[in-house]
Design a protein around this ligand. Structure first.
Ligand code: HEC
Length: 256
C-alpha cells in the first residue's frame, strides 16, 4: 500500500478542518500556559528571580546551598581577621539564633553587627575603596541575611509528584499519541513524520521519567530539561505539519 492512496486530512470537509485547526490552537495555548506555570511555580525556590538550574534541581532532587558567609569565614577569609572575632562570628552563624543575635546588645563588642562593621565594611559596602570593594554588601541585616543562612531546598513531596505524574503522563501521553496519528494522515515525508513522532515520545519519556530518576540521581535533572524542551518543540512542529496538511493545496502529483 502506498501512502498516496491512504486517508489524508486535506480531504476532510471544510468544517472538520476548521474545527481541528481551532482545537490545535487551543492545544498550543495550553502548552504556553503550562510553560508559564512551570516558571511561576518553580522560579522562587532559590529565592532569586528567574528559573535557574538550582530551582529545578531543588524541585526534583533537593539542594543544600551552604551559607556564603559561613563558608568564607571557615576557609580563612579575610586573612587579617582576629581569631577571637572569627570564633565569635562562626559561633553565631552555626547557632540557631542568627537573626536574633545579629545586633544583640548583650554581646557588646562581640555582637555580629559590630564585628562585621569593624572588620568587613572597608571592603563590603558601597562606600568601600573601589580597589578592594567586593560583593556581598554587609552593612545591615537586610543585606547580611541574604548570605547568612544555609538554604535547604526540599524536593516536591512524593504524593504531589505521584499526582503530577498521573495527570501529566496520561494527558500529555494521549496528546502525543493523537499528534502522531494525525501526522500519519499528512502528505509529509515519512522520515520527517517519524522524526517528530520520536521527539514527542522520547521527549515526554525523558521529562517525566527524569522527575523520578532525579530524586536519587541529581544528574537526571538534565533529562528533565532536555526532555521537556524536546517534547515542547515536537508539539509545535507536529502542529505546524498538521496545519500545513489541512490548509495547503494538495500536491497535484499525489492527487490524481
Ligand atoms: C580587604 C578587603 C576585604 C575584607 C576586609 C573582607 N573581605 Fe570579604 N571579600 C573580599 C573580596 C575581594 C572578595 C571576593 C573574592 C573572594 O571570594 O575572596 C570577598 C568575598 C567575600 C564573600 C563571598 C565569598 C563567597 O564564597 O561567595 C564573603 C561572604 C565575604 N567576603 C565575607 C567577608 C566577611 C564576613 C568579612 C569580615 C569578617 C570580610 N569578607 C572582609 C574582600 C574583603
Amino acid at each position: 500500500m502506498t501512502h498516496e492512496s491512504s486517508l489524508r486530512l486535506r480531504s476532510l470537509p471544510f468544517g472538520a478542518r476548521l474545527g481541528m485547526t481551532l482545537l490545535l490552537l487551543v492545544l498550543l495555548g495550553g502548552l504556553a500556559a503550562a510553560s508559564a506555570h512551570l516558571v511561576l511555580h518553580h522560579e522562587n525556590r532559590d529565592e532569586e528571580p528567574g528559573l535557574s538550574r538550582l530551582d529545578i534541581t531543588g524541585a526534583y532532587h533537593g539542594v543544600l546551598v551552604p551559607s556564603p558567609l559561613l563558608g568564607a569565614l571557615e576557609r580563612g577569609h579575610p586573612e587579617e581577621l582576629a581569631p577571637s572575632a572569627r570564633d565569635a562570628l562562626l559561633a553565631w552563624l552555626r547557632g540557631n539564633r542568627v537573626d536574633r543575635d545579629y545586633d544583640n546588645l548583650d554581646l557588646g563588642d562581640l555582637a555580629p553587627s559590630e564585628l562585621l562593621a569593624a572588620n568587613c565594611l572597608q571592603c563590603h559596602s558601597p562606600s568601600a575603596d573601589a580597589a578592594v570593594a567586593s560583593p556581598p554588601m554587609l552593612q545591615n541585616w537586610q543585606e547580611v541575611k541574604r548570605v547568612a543562612f544555609t538554604k535547604e531546598i526540599s524536593p516536591t513531596p512524593l504524593p504531589i509528584l505521584v499526582n503530577s505524574t498521573h495527570a501529566h503522563a496520561l494527558t500529555l501521553g494521549a496528546i502525543g499519541l493523537l499528534l502522531v496519528l494525525l501526522m500519519g494522515l499528512t502528505r509529509w515525508r515519512r522520515w520527517l513524520v517519524g522524526l517528530v513522532a520520536f521527539g514527542l515520545g522520547a521527549g515526554l519519556l525523558c521529562d517525566i521519567g527524569g522527575w523520578w530518576l532525579a530524586r536519587p540521581y541529581e544528574s537526571a535533572v538534565m533529562l528533565i530539561v532536555a526532555g521537556g524542551a524536546a517534547f515542547s518543540a515536537s508539539v509545535v512542529l507536529a502542529t505546524l505539519l498538521i496545519l500545513g496538511e489541512l490548509w495547503l493545496p494538495s500536491f497535484s502529483s499525489e492527487n490524481p
